[in-house]
Structures are given as C-alpha cells and as structure tokens.
Design a protein around this ligand. Structure first.
Ligand SMILES: [Zn+2]
Length: 213
C-alpha cells in the first residue's frame, strides 16, 4: 500500500502505512542555543551579518515542521538552553537525534557534511547521516563531503543516552559552509531547502529501518 506526502513542496511516496507500525520519535536541535558562550557561539558571517545560530534555527524548524506531516514520525524541536553536550543528553528517549549546524572554514570550501561520534558512532548513525547528506547535496547543488567522525559535544551527550538498539541513531549535520556565501537571501533559501531535504532524508532512513525488520 502506498500513500503520498508533500514535503517541502515535493511529492514523496511513503511505502509503509502508519497502522502497520510504531512511530519513531525524532529529536531535532538547533546548534549553538540562545545561551551559548565562548567557543560554543558557532560561526558568524560578518559580510551578511548572519550568525550560525540564526541559520541553525531556521533549518531545524523547517525540518520539524515537515516531519509533522509524516505519519510515522513524532518530531520534537529542541533549542539548546545550556551546552551542546547537554542538548545531546536531552535527546534521551528519542529514536533519532540530529543537531543542525552550518560550517565555516577558509571561505572557499563548500559542501554538506555529516558527523558521527568517533568512538561510539555505529552503522545506524552513519546510515542516517548518509541519507541526509545525499538529500541536501542534491537539493541545494553542493558537493557531498560525506560522513566523518569526531567527538563533538552534542554527539557525546547523545551517545551517553543512546542505548545502541537497532532503532537509535544520532548525528550532527553541517548543512553547508556559511563563510563561502555572500548573499543573505540566498543563504536563507539554502538553509530552508536543506531543512526540507533533511526531512526527506529522515523519512528515507525511517523507511530503511522498517525494511530491515
Ligand atoms: Zn556549529
């Protein structure tokens, strides 16, 4: 049986009906919350006066709003009140946990990157990130730099409460390099479209997980 969803203006075919299965809880947080300080401030593009947190908020909300339309998923938006580690830990009890970030490097590099935990990341984390990176790369037309590993604060917090069941997956996404862009309207559009793409990637991961059963 098939049913159709409209996610971010695109028609998407859902192949498993809601009645057949339990819903997955999805935790989406915006990296670098309102109370971030010091090294947790995140990136800033002075040319267009946009902070990473502003973009992270837009991307995370876009994904959550889209996932509200997905019958098999229960999305939650989380705005980091403390530290990135604390945000990861707050994902306890969710099946999928992702934090949204935007990258910065040398002003030239561009592409989407996924990050899983260096020592505790598992194949499900990587699979989730691969689905999301592929969707974002395709949607906004930037290189897919793939899934990398690091012990970022959010990932450490998430892994501290992730129980490594086959339904648990956590990761961090860097939508694109915000220091390689110089047009405010274009950046807001890129982030929004990446948010829609991430929602599609999460739905694909969810369906992939169901097919593994
Ligand atoms: Zn960041």
């Amino acid at each position: 049986m098939e049913n159709f969803l409209t996610i971010g203006g695109k028609r998407y075919r859902q192949t498993i009906t809601p009645v057949e299965r339990n819903k997955r809880k999805v935790f989406i947080s915006a990296g670098h919350g309102p109370n971030a300080s010091g090294e947790e401030w995140g990136a800033y593009n002075p040319g267009v006066k946009i902070s990473e947190y502003t973009l992270n908020l837009l991307g995370a909300h876009t994904t959550v709003d889209d996932l509200k339309e997905a019958p098999n998923l229960i999305p939650t938006f989380y705005d980091d009140p403390n530290t990135l580690w604390g945000t990861g830990k707050a994902s306890q009890g969710h099946d999928i946990a992702i934090e949204v970030h935007h990258n910065a490097a040398n002003g030239v590099a561009q592409g989407v990157e996924g990050w899983s935990h260096k020592t505790h990341g598992d194949p499900m984390d990587i699979k989730l990130l691969e689905f999301i990176c592929a969707e974002i790369s395709h949607e906004i037309g930037i290189p897919n730099r793939g899934v990398k590993q690091a012990n970022f604060g959010f990932l450490s917090g998430a892994e501290a409460v992730e129980h490594h069941k086959d339904t648990n997956a956590s990761g961090l996404i860097e939508f694109y390099f915000m220091d390689a862009e110089n047009d405010r309207a274009k950046m807001l559009d890129m982030t929004k479209r990446a948010g829609h793409a991430m929602a599609r990637g999460i739905i694909k991961f969810d369906e992939y997980m169901e097919k593994q059963k």
